[in-house]
Design a binder for this molecule. Structure first.
Ligand code: ATP
Length: 325
């Protein structure tokens, strides 16, 4: 297909590797002689016409940087027909012939609606630390967030061991436990509480008692964020009532998990998906998300990527149960 100009935006929460994806899109567009327009602040920028041409030299020295040079935002206005109408006016005014959206399932919902409403070809790149999107084994940013969490948890373990403390550590993940489960296994956590698995306080108390009898008074318990688990402070309080002689502390890792230099895996993933998304637009694909399955680039319709739930690996839950204590 003959495409002369495409737009690119990042939307929703930022994730490390978004810049590497932007770089890949800009360089691939240039490779195929397609002009590339960078849209600032996600759909908000499309509505407010905040756009500028981006050329390969604009993305020099960028592959290793966290965050997104295009900036990201959430736009309530884009959820309205009127907001999307304004976005379409600017889309046309700037002569765009396709869009690449880097974001999570919310951003793809917006892309799907907008694409259908105005017959606009849109390709999505999954960029979120949560790894919660169907249609890809990994999302851009997940590996970096996981490694950031592990590094922080290892440090907390040092102080936990020195003081004989029991630490409840909350990690990010929205409604999915990928970061919690994998970081918990990698750091030797005593228990891992994730939204996908009904948590059992008796089991947790049994594990604490078991290691106590072995003379171990310091442990790490990983708790995934999200309402389902009732909050890390309440869990710590309930545990303290059961084990009053324990020194129990809470640590919430928070936004450090969103930033930092992307890992090698995230840079390579972002580069592969960036190239694939431009090639997809050129070949006439529309309203699909690029992803990686069994190390191959695949495309999943937005509707499927949004509606289908990405399942956590049951084997990993079993592994954590077996080797935790
Ligand atoms: P993250 O997983 O990091 O939170 P996300 O893409 O899921 O990323 P959201 O805040 O859910 O983040 O969505 C980003 C933006 O997508 C919203 O601010 C809005 O502009 C757009 N969007 C979400 N849902 C819709 C919808 N139903 N209709 C139109 N636009 C939507």
């Amino acid at each position: 297909m003959n495409i002369g100009k495409i737009g690119i935006l990042t939307s929703g929460g930022d994730s490390p590797g978004m810049n590497a994806a932007i770089r890949a899109v800009v360089r691939t567009a240039s490779y195929y002689c397609v002009n590339c327009i960078g849209i600032s602040l996600g759909y908000k920028g499309l509505i407010n016409n905040e756009m500028r041409k981006v050329v390969p030299t604009d993305v020099n020295n960028l592959i290793h940087r966290g965050g997104t040079i295009l900036k990201t935002a959430r736009s309530e206005e884009f959820k309205t027909k009127f907001g999307r109408k304004k976005a379409n006016i600017n889309y046309k005014k700037n002569g765009l012939e396709g869009l690449i959206v880097i974001g999570g399932d919310g951003s793809f919902t917006g892309a799907m609606i907008f694409g259908q409403e105005y017959n606009i070809p849109i390709i999505g790149i999954p960029g979120t630390i949560d790894n919660d999107i169907y249609g890809t084994d990994f999302t851009v940013g997940y590996d970096t967030a996981l490694n950031t969490a592990i590094e922080a948890i290892d440090k907390i373990r040092d102080t936990a061991t020195s003081h004989n403390r029991l630490f409840f550590i909350e990690v990010m993940g929205k409604d999915s436990g990928f970061i919690a489960l994998n970081s918990g296994i990698a750091t030797g956590a005593l228990d891992i509480l994730i939204p996908e698995k009904k948590y059992n306080l008796d089991k947790l108390f049994y594990s604490i008692e078991k290691v106590k009898q072995k003379g171990k008074y310091s442990s790490i318990i990983i708790v995934s964020e999200g309402k389902k688990l009732g909050g890390v402070y309440d869990l710590a309080k309930t545990t303290k009532k059961k084990f009053p002689d324990y020194d129990i502390r809470v640590s919430i890792l928070g936004h450090i998990q969103r930033g930092g230099y992307p890992t090698c895996s995230d840079r390579v993933l972002a580069s592969r998906l960036g190239v694939a998304s431009v090639e997809a637009l050129i070949s006439g694909k529309k309203n699909v998300m690029t992803g990686i399955k069994a190390n191959k680039v695949i495309f999943t319709p937005f509707l499927k990527a949004i509606k289908k739930k990405r399942k956590i690996d049951i084997d990993l839950i079993k592994i954590s149960d077996i080797i935790a204590c």
